[in-house]
Design a protein around this ligand. Structure first.
Ligand code: ADP
Ligand code: MG
Length: 587
């Protein structure tokens, strides 16, 4: 057993035996920690992993709690029915609020969540039938075979069963096709270019986190047997964020560690400070604030980040299988067919015309070079072809179809995959997981099957495919390393493998050889030749002229946004305009 597994086993054993040795006060405390952990788990996903800050999670706890309170007290429904009712209402509210606020980014998103967090807590206090600031009391316990789940001990087991199940579900989700897409959300342009609908996925993540809060609300209502607006205000939302940041926002266990630590700290301070300073002042608030600041300053990445650094996991979460059935492949075009036609493409950034009426075509099974000095507009051209930027004028057709009005994720679906000049990998994900993002569109399992681990056959196929391309590109020994730990040149190769995992017909490579050593360049050239042999078309931007000239079938040369030459490498090399603009200057 690995140290991590031993630690988890000890934790679960201590937890299971808790009520046998814990005094009643501590059973209650651990119950609260469990309730907070559920909310914090949602925040790990939403904030720590997807990068969306929410100051409104406590409000969702309130929606779940009030829904079941009203259902069971006012409508006399079974408390068990209060759970689906509460979750449905939470999801509905989350879809509306998420739809309104998730378009915002950064600070604006945070401010938006504060706004509706405050509004919802006013709703709890002021809507008729919710009992005003006194709330709703006499909420029934949970009936069970003639008895009831009602004591702190009963709830202890129920709450922690929910926490551990939610944790396992989240671990499953994160190590899956949709999970990798979620982990790529902080880099939305890259995710979109491999087929992820980031706006939709953000909403899904938001609702997922809200549902965990709603579940906590349901438990809260039947455990305490009354609800009032107090615990659902923005102040509590901030505390949930603290828990996650202190525990480790990027790690599922960070939720439990943070909830445990903050709750214990608060309780302990409330207990000890009046003894030190007398009972008059509310010193615990101040001391708590100072401690939080210290924790935030010294626990970069949270406690779990430190734990993981001290005890790095021996085995990556996603392992490539020895063998797996192949993923479906795209039908290849006939060799020589003009698959990409760029027709008078135009793009201006304000007054700067970056691409000015450039036309060229790429045929199936050829390597086409796109060269030109820095700032010539080559990367912009890539962005126009792949839909990362909207075209300002002209047309782009791929296999006969106009693609210049399509979104990036629709274009990759048609078989164009790219690498980025400025490497766009998720540095903390493994090399294998990064490459697997490329295969996103070749799988179909969504969040629900991934959570329940019903996606394993497809997952094996995806990981096998990602590993196959990585091995072929010479990175077979690095599959389980964090992508960010590789040399920059190798990271570019990971990007190529990721693009290949999308099963493209046309591969767009933006300076793939930059940062590579001589042997590595040779290996890359061999790989590109082999791909061409197999019928792949490649559009290649590269500054290393020896590399380009030895490889390409044809060239297009750009300068100041315009096409200045094109044709066979020998002819282009001899072209006086090219020599003046580029080759002469380079030598
Ligand atoms: P290349 O890849 O050939 O070096 P680029 O396509 O990156 O050139 O850039 C072409 C020109 O467009 C440069 O002057 C660059 O500063 C400008 N440019 C590129 N992207 C943007 C952008 N998003 N906003 C404004 N200007 C841009
Ligand atoms: Mg460039």
């Amino acid at each position: 057993m690995t140290p991590a597994r031993i630690a988890i086993a000890v934790f679960v054993a201590l937890l299971a035996a808790g009520p046998l040795y814990l005094p009643p006060f501590y059973v209650t405390l651990v119950n609260y920690i469990g309730l907070y952990s559920l909310v914090a788990l949602g925040l790990v996903l939403l904030t720590g992993i997807a990068g969306l800050t929410s100051f409104g999670q406590a409000a969702f706890v309130g929606v779940g709690a009030y829904a079941t309170a009203v259902a069971s007290v006012s409508f006399g429904l079974s408390p068990w029915l209060g759970l689906p009712v509460g979750l449905a209402l939470t999801a509905a509210v989350a879809v509306i609020l998420g739809g309104l606020t998730l378009r915002l980014s950064g600070h604006y998103l945070a401010l938006g969540t504060i706004a509706w967090g405050i509004s919802l807590s006013y709703v709890f206090g002021n809507v008729e039938g919710l009992g005003g600031f006194n709330g709703i009391s006499n909420i029934p316990p949970l009936p069970l075979f003639g008895a009831a789940i009602q004591t702190a001990q009963d709830f202890y087991y129920l709450i922690w069963a929910c926490v551990l199940l939610a944790l396992a579900a989240l671990v499953n989700l994160l190590n899956s096709r949709p999970g990798r897409a979620i982990r790529a959300l902080r880099n939305a342009a890259m995710a979109e270019s491999f087929g992820v609908n980031t706006a939709w996925l953000k909403l899904v993540v938001f609702v997922y986190a809200a549902l965990l809060a709603g579940l906590a609300g349901w438990l809260h209502a039947h455990y305490l047997r009354f609800v009032n607006p107090g615990p659902f205000g923005v102040g509590y939302s901030i505390e949930y964020l603290f828990m996650v940041v202190v525990g480790g926002a990027a790690h599922v266990w960070g939720a439990i560690v943070g909830a445990g630590l903050i709750t214990a700290l608060k309780t302990w301070l409330q207990d000890i400070l009046p003894k030190l300073f007398g009972s008059s002042g509310q010193f615990e608030v101040i001391v708590f604030g100072v401690l939080i600041i210290l924790l935030l300053q010294h626990a970069g990445g949270g406690i779990m980040a430190r734990v993981v650094r001290l005890f790095p996991p021996k085995r990556a979460a996603a392992i490539a299988p020895e063998a797996a059935p192949g993923l479906p492949r795209r039908a290849a075009p006939a060799r020589g067919e003009a698959i990409l036609e760029v027709d008078k493409a135009y793009k201006a950034f304000g007054g700067l015309v970056a691409v000015n009426g450039v036309s060229f075509e790429v045929r199936a099974g050829e390597i086409m070079g796109l060269i030109g000095p820095n700032g010539a507009g080559k990367s912009t051209m890539f962005n126009l072809i792949t839909g990362a930027l909207p075209l300002g004028g002209g047309e782009v057709r791929f296999r006969g179809e106009r693609i210049d009005r399509l979104a990036a994720r629709q274009i990759v679906r048609r078989g164009i995959a790219r690498t980025f000049q400025h490497v766009q990998l998720r540095p903390t994900m493994t090399v294998l997981e990064n490459a697997a993002i490329g295969a996103t569109l070749r799988g179909r399992s969504g969040v629900a099957p991934a959570t329940l681990r019903l996606d394993r056959a497809e997952e094996r196929a995806i990981l096998f495919e990602a590993a196959r391309h990585l091995r072929r590109a010479g990175l077979g020994d690095h599959l389980y390393e964090a992508a960010g730990s590789l040399a920059l040149g190798q990271q570019r190769i990971v990007e190529i493998a990721r693009a290949l995992a999308a099963d493209p017909v046309l591969l767009l490579l933006d300076e793939p050889a930059a940062g590579l050593r001589y042997q590595e360049k040779q290996a890359l050239a061999a790989l590109l030749r082999a791909l061409r042999e197999e019928g792949m078309s490649i559009l290649l931007v590269e500054h290393d002229m020896d590399f380009v000239m030895g490889l390409v079938d044809r060239l297009v040369v750009m300068d100041f946004g315009e096409r200045i030459a094109g044709g066979a490498p020998e002819a282009v090399q001899a072209d006086p305009r090219v020599i003046e603009a580029y080759l002469g200057a380079a030598s």
